[in-house]
Design a protein around this ligand. Structure first.
Ligand code: GRF
Length: 221
């Protein structure tokens, strides 16, 4: 059986980049058959830029300076991305809403991680909202990016129990630890060509995912 060529992966971040680092490590160890060809941040002070550079990963900062320059920002982002010819793009804590034009350009090869059990709790402050609603379960979702915000087909979810004494900080830390497992897993499937985008849906091992794969982090070992 022939081994697929390693993919060129670009990662977009806005913050400290812990997911980016988990993905980069998985590429280095060979768990994901890809190499991180570029990390782009939309803020010069994103901590992940320094971490990526320390690993020898090429980095770029593409900033949006005014509220009105959305089109120019996306044009710069596209130019920076396409210069690297990425096969796959991972949004990892990238805090910009991307236009339909941008998303459709990379449809089927762009992923995002969202800290909730989608379709529940789209948008911001998910941990706070989950605690306020006294939800028993929480988690994170890795999904294909479509023009609908946090609305693309979900491939894999992590599920964690909400503990009675959880605060936003403890809950987000527990969810984030699972993100660092499920995001590399999805990218590994994609790089192995086990995961594909077809007819507006996610397909894993030739089967259309009617519901996401769920990894339960409460299960006894
Ligand atoms: C993650 O919790 C992710 O779910 C959300 O933004 C956060 C990014 O964290 N989309 P990091 O920059 O990867 O540490």
């Amino acid at each position: 059986m022939s081994v697929p060529a390693p993919l060129r992966l670009a990662i977009l971040i806005s913050g400290r980049g812990s997911n980016m680092l988990a993905i980069a490590r998985a590429c280095t160890t060979g768990s994901i058959a890809a190499s991180v060809s570029l990390v782009i941040a939309d803020r010069a002070d994103a901590g992940g830029v320094t971490s990526a550079a320390q690993l020898g990963i090429p980095t770029a900062v593409v900033q949006r300076s005014t509220a009105r320059d959305a089109a120019a920002f996306e044009a710069a982002l596209i130019a920076t991305l396409e210069a690297q010819r990425p096969d796959v793009i991972a949004l990892a804590g990238f805090m910009r809403i991307l236009s339909a034009g941008f998303v459709n350009r990379f449809l089927g090869r762009m992923f995002n991680i969202h800290p909730s059990l989608l379709p529940a709790y789209r948008g911001l402050h998910t941990h706070r909202r989950v605690l306020a609603a006294r939800e028993p379960q929480h988690g994170a979702s890795v999904h294909f990016v479509t023009p609908e915000l946090d609305g693309g087909p979900v491939v894999l979810q992590s599920r964690v129990a909400v503990a009675p004494l959880d605060t936003e900080a403890t809950l987000s830390a527990r969810v984030q630890a699972t993100e660092h497992i499920i995001y590399p897993q999805v990218l590994a499937w994609f790089a192995q060509r086990r995961l594909a985008w077809r007819d507006g849906a996610a397909w894993l091992d030739g089967t259309r995912l009617a519901t996401p794969v769920v990894e339960d982090f409460n299960a006894p070992a």
